[in-house]
Write a protein that binds this ligand. Structure first.
Ligand SMILES: Nc1ncnc2c1ncn2[C@@H]1O[C@H](COP(=O)(O)OP(=O)(O)OP(=O)(O)O)[C@@H](O)[C@H]1O
Length: 517
């Protein structure tokens, strides 16, 4: 994916102060957090911090949080910008409540359900001009393992209160989800289920289904404590028709085009930082706590490295590889994403030390600079760049040779025009085939056949989206295997063609560079 508006933009940090809750009131805890009226400033003891927004307590009412912090990110998705919302805080401070990760019908509405509503409202208003495809994935990082919460081969066997945090039965030998970094630096998850959804109801079902599979357990600090970091990701693909550009006398300069954009929204509910003494954890809970704290420490180190202007200018190493969490959030922190961190805090005086730590952590995150970019078809962008380069070279040559354009450059120019046209056709066809796969009852068979091919992981994953709520196919409703094989072969041929076009472009680029010298 390529850069269109590579302007730096800081990670925005909001603080959400929850009210004192039942146990804290029973223990006679006092409120030790003060919000300065009319300012996004919070005080605890002698410490004072300014953030982008403060919600709850005497700050802005929590209901404004979505509109001010998250709605602009949802809008940005439609312009092709990736976004991340990250809830951070001590155990029991309200992260899951704020994100709405454990959403149930009729319960408090958190950020994720509201983001879904905003997304579908916008799709509804644009669907006459733009074609949309939506996919969701939901994973958790538990003890440094990435688990697929939408895995259709995993049977949820009911929530185990005070249990071992694994209320799931997985198929033995099934490989865990792998974190991969593509050559362009984009982080992908190999082997995680991506579910195609077309309604808000379907998306909510994915959130609820995945939340049920998430590892939770009871500790002294929270009787339903999340024992893992959970990431719910919404991928929005758009195919938009752009009008032809005309000259003043009505001649088209550029033909009507199809613009493809793809953006991801990561909604992250981190596990809470905790102290074994206070959570009363031992055995398995203690081990989980050690992993949670290790991941959060690694995240803190990444935030420190990115937030320190001097280190950033010196190009200091950012330790993304120290944990799965930081590796997965590589794009969200210091990368290609518009990011909002919501620091959740408890106002109770018994939590004052942890609250102060959360505020210090969040304060450092404010200094992180990201470079959000518009994510569109990279080959088309590369061609646009080459076309400009050719035009420039041609003009140079024409003036140097007294008005006669070089044959070589003309040949390159024709070749690029052909590649541009072919690429556009392929993209369009690929998009429609994917669309058909999604709506076609034969899809599982296509996927099965696809699995037989040895091809790049990226394509495989993009075609392997499996709906966990699908009813298994019976033999009688399966498609004609010959048609399916033809379909798959066609798709495979497209991929190979695009691949070879990419290589050819690189070669053309190299030739042009030589000519420039
Ligand atoms: N803003 C709020 N208003 C009212 N109650 C809240 C609020 N935030 C959190 N709570 C309550 O506080 C308790 C702890 O919240 P929650 O489970 O969201 O914490 P958490 O930070 O996700 O904890 P953990 O890290 O242990 O998973 C819950 O009972 C929740 O209902």
């Amino acid at each position: 994916m390529t850069m269109e508006h590579g302007e730096d933009c800081c990670v925005k940090v909001a603080v959400h102060v929850r009210p004192l809750i039942g146990d804290e009131k029973l223990q006679g805890c006092k409120d030790c957090v003060a919000v300065v009226p009319g300012k996004p400033q919070v005080q605890i003891g002698s410490h004072s911090f300014t953030f982008d927004h403060i919600y709850g307590s005497t700050g802005t009412p929590s209901v404004a949080m979505f509109d001010e912090c998250v709605a602009p990110l949802v809008d940005g998705l439609f312009q092709g910008y990736n976004a991340t919302v990250l809830a951070y805080g001590q155990t029991g401070s309200g992260k899951t409540y704020t994100m709405g990760t454990a959403c149930k019908e009729g319960s408090h509405i958190g950020i994720i359900p509201r983001a879904m509503a905003a997304l579908f409202d916008k799709i509804e208003s644009l669907k006459s001009q733009v074609e949309f495809q939506l996919r969701v994935s939901f994973i958790e990082i538990l003890k440094e393992e990435v688990r697929d919460l939408l895995d259709p081969t995993v049977a949820t066997v009911g929530k185990v209160e005070n249990g071992n945090g694994h209320p799931k039965l997985s198929v033995p030998g099934k490989p865990l989800v792998q974190i991969r970094e593509a050559s362009n630096g984009v982080i992908t998850l190999a082997g995680s289920t991506e579910v195609h959804v077309s309604t808000r109801k379907e998306m909510t079902a994915c959130l609820e289904h995945g939340s049920l599979s998430r590892a939770t357990g009871s500790t002294n600090m929270n009787n339903q404590s999340s024992r893992s970091h959970a990431i719910f990701t919404i991928t929005l693909e758009q195919m938009r028709k752009t009008d032809p550009i005309m000259t003043a006398d009505g001649m088209p300069i550029e033909e009507m085009n199809e613009d493809y954009l793809c953006a991801k929204l990561h909604l992250v509910d981190l596990a809470g930082s905790e102290r074994a003494k206070r959570t009363g954890s031992d055995g398995l809970r203690f081990k989980e706590g050690v992993h949670i704290n290790r991941g959060l420490l690694a995240l803190g180190n990444v935030i420190s490295a990115l937030g320190d202007e001097k280190k950033r200018k010196e190009g200091a190493h950012v330790p993304y590889r120290d944990s799965k969490l930081t590796r997965l959030l590589q794009d969200s922190l210091g990368g290609n994403s518009k990011t909002v961190m919501i620091a959740c805090i408890s106002p109770a005086d018994t939590n004052a030390e942890e609250t102060l730590n959360t505020l210090k952590y969040a304060n450092r995150a404010r200094n992180i600079q990201n470079k959000p970019i518009v994510n569109r078809n990279p080959i088309a962008d590369e061609m646009k760049r080459m076309r400009q380069q050719i035009e420039y070279l041609q003009a140079e040559l024409v003036s140097a040779r007294g008005g006669v354009a070089s044959d070589d450059v003309q040949i390159l120019r024709d070749r690029i025009s052909w590649l541009e046209q072919t690429n556009e056709d392929l993209c369009r066809e690929l998009y429609y085939i994917r669309n058909r796969c999604q709506n076609d009852p034969y899809e599982p068979e296509i996927q099965k056949t696809l699995n037989g091919f040895t091809k790049s992981d990226g394509l495989k994953r993009s075609l392997q989206s499996t709906d966990p709520f699908d009813i298994p196919m019976t033999d009688s409703i399966r498609g004609n295997p010959k048609d399916i094989e033809d379909e798959v072969a066609k798709e495979w041929e497209h991929t190979m063609l695009q691949d070879s076009m990419g290589k050819e472009l690189n070669e053309l680029n190299r030739q042009l560079e030589q000519k420039e010298i």
